[in-house]
Design a protein around this ligand. Structure first.
Ligand code: AMP
Length: 174
């Protein structure tokens, strides 16, 4: 398998979820066993030497990769979710969207101070979601050793918001 064939498995859906958005649909990649495995293997290989203890996944498509990656790296998995979904005591963070604000939550005891954390999401757009997630991780003392995406929409410059972190995207759209 090659990166070019992975890219070919991502489907563009016009005007979803709202007018003017070109949605990158990854379900067409996920349903292909070798393609899904290749994504997880590539990321696992990259972070093998980083002694990752916790893989943080962002609701909901981030969970798919973060769970598989945590398993492969023999690390724990921690979910970052929309408000009101986590049952225990949480810490929360608000962040800016293109229009309005949103918020994310994580269990306050999910990460111990000093633990080595890899944060994963399916796609980097403006970077707001990941930047907010990393604020949660650092609020409880987590040490971010990597930030990984399957897809990066480079023309939205999300990278700029995350420039203090080691960031890696498998597939970049310029
Ligand atoms: P952002 O905070 O702008 O970087 O947005 C990233 C989040 O929104 C990720 O969790 C993505 O799943 C989702 N997202 C944003 N834009 C797109 C897009 N064009 N196609 C698919 N998902 C997207």
């Amino acid at each position: 398998m090659e990166l070019a064939s992975l890219r070919a498995k991502i489907r563009d859906i016009k005007n979803f979820p709202t007018e003017g958005i070109l949605f990158k649909d990854i379900t067409t990649l996920l349903k292909d066993g070798p393609a899904f495995r290749y994504v997880v293997d590539l990321l696992a290989e990259r972070y093998q030497q980083e002694r990752v203890e916790i893989v943080v996944g962002i609701e909901s498509r981030g969970f798919i990769f973060a769970g598989a990656l945590a398993h492969q790296l023999r690390a724990g998995f921690v979910p970052v979710r929309k408000l009101g979904k986590l049952p225990g005591k949480t810490i929360e963070v608000e962040y800016e969207l293109e229009y309005g604000r949103d918020a994310l939550a994580m269990h306050e005891d999910a990460i111990r101070p000093g633990q080595r954390v890899l944060a994963v999401d399916d796609l980097l757009a403006t970077g707001g979601t990941m930047a907010a997630t990393l604020r949660l991780v650092e609020q409880v003392g987590g040490h971010v050793v990597g930030v990984a995406f399957l897809i990066e929409l480079a023309f939205l410059h999300g990278h700029d918001k995350l420039k203090n972190y080691p960031l890696h995207s498998l597939i970049v759209y310029d």
